[in-house]
Design a protein around this ligand. Structure first.
Ligand code: 5AD
Ligand code: SF4
Length: 479
């Protein structure tokens, strides 16, 4: 089945953009003439290598950037060695992620002398800006995600041999849409419906790195979903930092729950996922949509961050433990079970042992199906940077280990109760071991299962669970 759409016209929405923030400046007069400039002069495009760090939003941004480059005539290659253009789409949510980028750039110190063009995209680009040129002068492009719609013009500048091109404007109401997206996952199509974030959690860089919240028109989203269904995708995942804060800019003014229902109504779509939801915008109509439309997956990722109302207030999370638990109760009262997952930060400035234990008791109370947990990491520009972060790394590490142990116990017990149950699985993996397959249930549980069938990838099958571990299930193909 054809998965790639044909190269098409690039949708470069210049009408809505501010004056270009592209800086045209030669690095040195001896700078090597880049391979992509040479290629462009000869009427051909080069090759690109794109490595992505961070979240699903970044993964999907990279799919769009790759689509844009392909439609411009570039070829994608598997290694930086084979590429004339090397791009890193970066993450700065925690310090470790940001450091990784600079160590990766260090590996390519020599590459610019080989005529390769190196670019930094995403959150580190936005956060560090032109500092990147100082720390890594072999970089030619620095572009944050709020400027991706100007990438075609930036590429033109790079192809013309410009050595310092920047896109660092975050003051925008436009979203990044491309005619062509090179999707990596052949079974599940990701789709950004809302970019940026207007919340102001005191520990988080996202409002600075991704800019203000802006929603994509429901007509454009639904058009893309119809195209995806025609291409053979049956599962779509709607993405946004706060996906349920969606505010349709078109006169239809669809609510998020209405959009979920409209996506599920598209012929050929069997599963609709969405992530990440913010508790404050998690309203009863979303649960009603899940209840009434089985195509909307029974899984909600609802980051809580802490079980202590005092810490939540210091985090500027806009809800209390009690209000969060009301949202959980709303889901637990639904007419079909809904899997709930979360994110937790331990060791936020001033978190006492008692407040940490409140987070543990929240885990006991909610009984999450899975969680992602992190040690607090102080980040540039964020309000919590000025709070005293006096807890030792050891203590943060201890709290993280205690939390993860507690959750492991919860997941062991929850998963054990699934043995004997049947689930529909979208098969997305095939093991090297004979007759072994894997896939996800609607509630986003991974199942490894045995089947004598010869080809199952991309199909939906019934699987009976025969065994469970904290993080996955095993089963048999139930015919
Ligand atoms: N330190 C630790 N974890 C963080 N997160 C966001 N910012 C920080 C930070 N400064 C976590 C939150 C968020 C997830 C994507 O990353 O839990 O939900
Ligand atoms: Fe960051 Fe808070 Fe926005 Fe999530 S809701 S992206 S944690 S500021």
């Amino acid at each position: 089945m054809a998965r790639q759409s044909k190269a098409g016209v690039i949708n470069c929405d210049l009408g809505m953009s501010k004056p270009f923030d592209i800086e045209l400046e030669r690095l040195t007069s001896q700078a090597p003439y880049s391979e992509i400039a040479r290629g462009a002069a000869a009427g051909q495009r080069g090759t690109f290598f794109l490595e992505t760090f961070g979240c699903q939003m970044n993964d999907h941004d990279s799919e769009k950037v790759a689509g844009l480059l392909l439609s411009r005539g570039y070829q994608q290659v598997e290694t930086p060695e084979a590429a004339s253009l090397i791009l890193y789409n970066t993450c700065s949510i925690r310090e470790k992620a940001a450091q990784k980028v600079f160590s990766r750039l260090g590996e390519y110190r020599e590459k610019q002398n080989e005529g390769k063009v190196i670019g930094v995209l995403g959150c580190v680009a936005q956060q560090e800006g032109e500092e990147i040129f100082k720390r890594a002068p072999w970089v030619s492009l620095v572009c944050g995600s709020a400027s991706y719609r100007k990438l075609p013009d930036m590429l033109t500048q790079l192809e013309a041999g410009n050595q310092r091109v920047t896109g660092l404007d975050t003051d925008t109401d436009a979203t990044f849409e491309t005619e062509v997206t090179r999707r990596d996952n052949p079974w599940r199509a990701y789709l950004t419906i809302i970019e940026g974030c207007d919340k102001a959690c005191s520990y988080c860089v996202v409002p600075f790195t991704r800019g203000p919240e802006r929603s994509r028109g429901s007509d454009s989203i639904l058009k893309e979903v119809r195209q995806l269904a025609e291409l053979g995708y049956s599962e779509v995942q709607l993405l946004g930092q706060t996906v349920n804060s969606y505010a349709d800019p078109t006169p239809r003014k669809m609510r998020f729950s209405e959009l979920l229902l409209a996506v599920a109504d598209v012929q050929g779509i069997r599963r609709v996922r969405f992530t990440t939801s913010h508790p404050s915008d998690f309203t009863p109509d979303i649960v009603e949509a899940i209840e009434g439309q089985p195509k909307i997956c029974d899984h909600v990722h609802l980051p809580v961050q802490s079980g202590s109302t005092r810490v939540l207030r210091a985090m500027q999370r806009t809800y209390s433990r009690e209000v969060y638990l009301e949202k959980i109760a709303m889901m637990r009262d639904a007419n079909r079970p809904i899997a709930i997952t979360t994110d937790i930060i331990v060791g936020f400035p001033g978190e006492t042992e008692f407040e940490f234990e409140e987070t543990l008791s929240l885990l006991d109370e909610v009984q999450y199906d899975n969680l992602f947990s992190f040690k607090y990491s102080p980040r540039p520009n964020t309000p919590s940077l000025s709070m005293s972060d006096s807890m030792s790394e050891e203590e943060k590490g201890r709290r993280l280990a205690v939390l993860q142990d507690r959750q492991r116990e919860i997941q062991s017990a929850k998963n054990a109760r699934l043995v004997g149950k049947r689930f529909e699985v979208l098969v997305s993996g095939k093991s090297r071991r004979e007759n072994q397959w894997s896939g996800y249930t609607t509630s986003h549980r991974m199942i490894n299962f045995a089947s004598q069938e010869r080809e199952l990838l991309g199909t939906y099958v019934q699987v009976r669970v025969t065994g469970a571990s904290p993080n996955s299930l095993v089963g048999d193909h139930a015919v």
